[in-house]
Design a protein around this ligand. Sequence first.
Ligand SMILES: *Cc1c(COP(=O)(O)O)cnc(C)c1O
Length: 427
Amino acid sequence: MITRLIDAWDPAHSGGIFTYGGAGCYLYGIKYALNSVMSNRDIRTNGLYSTRVNIICSQQGHYASKITADWLGLGTESVVEVATTEPYNEMDMDDLEARLQACQRDHIPVVSIVCTMGTTDAMAIDPVDKVAALVEKYPNPPGFNKPLIYCDSVSGWAFLSFRGYDFEANPLQFSHDVNNALRVTYEKMSTIQHADAIAIDFHKTGWAPYTTSLFMVRDFAHFESTMSRTKSAYIHNRTPYNPGLYSLEVSRSAAPALAAWATLNYFGLAGFRVILGGVVEMSRYLRSIIKSEPSITCCNAADCGLVTVFRVYPEGIDAERQYAKEMSDASEKTRAELDRHNALQKDLADQIWEFVRSGQKIDGLYAPCCNYSSGFRKTQYPDGDVKVTQSEIFALKSFPMNVNVTKEHMDHLIQILKVLTRRVCTR
Ligand SMILES: *Cc1c(COP(=O)(O)O)cnc(C)c1O
């Protein structure tokens, strides 16, 4: 079912394995890449010794990269972060090329280039087709095979359900704006076909229970032969399907696989499309009200994902202008303002969290959950030795995954934030 959502993948050759989370998929992805790149060296028996290797990912990528590097014994220093471009937070291809040149110059093999396909901040989606072209251009040193491309697609994967959707005719009647956002996201996601391995969290954009994660590879026979161990003498395989020979887990539950299978059958393509369209519609609606509020500004207006990242300022401040100033002006005065306004975002998120925790209603409605990010973006000037609140942009974050969220809830969220801001500012 999943492979049929990916253009160049073939269901007869691809395959996968369920594991304990997106972080587990990451571990599978990098271990598979490591075994594949180093297949000429007996690292399975002897370990890496002191061979230095690199994992390359974007600076917007998930910290699962560090967990994996640490737990595999590669060390977190092996993770090389590539700069991202604004406004879409995609991996900067010039910077990636420079990093690959540096690895080649220093004779350090690259194990994997990890493409981030959807993040929980702004919907960063790396262009896998361009990454694949660079993998061909910069081979690993002699004796090492080519790096594998792993896509950390745990949250973006669901948009693949738009494969084959006729965006022109738009039979599900999404609004023009939503239809366009879905098309853009799908087109970026569809470059996933160039990956060697991908990851899917059904507990994120599949609305399934924790943890329902699927690690998938384009060439399952290659994965199996690259990962398999000589079998244990006391287990006799009766069937051709023996994941115990090549997977991380020994005993495991079938529940996640069944949950995913049930979800896919229950939703169908139309179900995924409608739910995602609805969620994106709510996020577009939120952005539209933010636009009409002079003291609030959206920090990711250009991207087409479902997360809205925004900053709330005290009444009377022109949010858009102030935000632009805070991004670019390194003067003492503006930094102090940035510091103060960052504190305001945190304060607002903490108060909303308290409302959510206590189940308190405001004007008859529960407070919508709204988180914050303490490092959505760095200021555009070199940050030197200043503290984080004076060089990072904090922002509130709306992630409306609940299918019951309505426009009324979004209006309510903005009203609550305005009331709270007034209170904080007169305190
Ligand atoms: C959530 C997430 C992970 C970690 O997945 P878990 O299922 O929480 O282990 C990794 N990468 C990205 C991009 C994520 O959004």
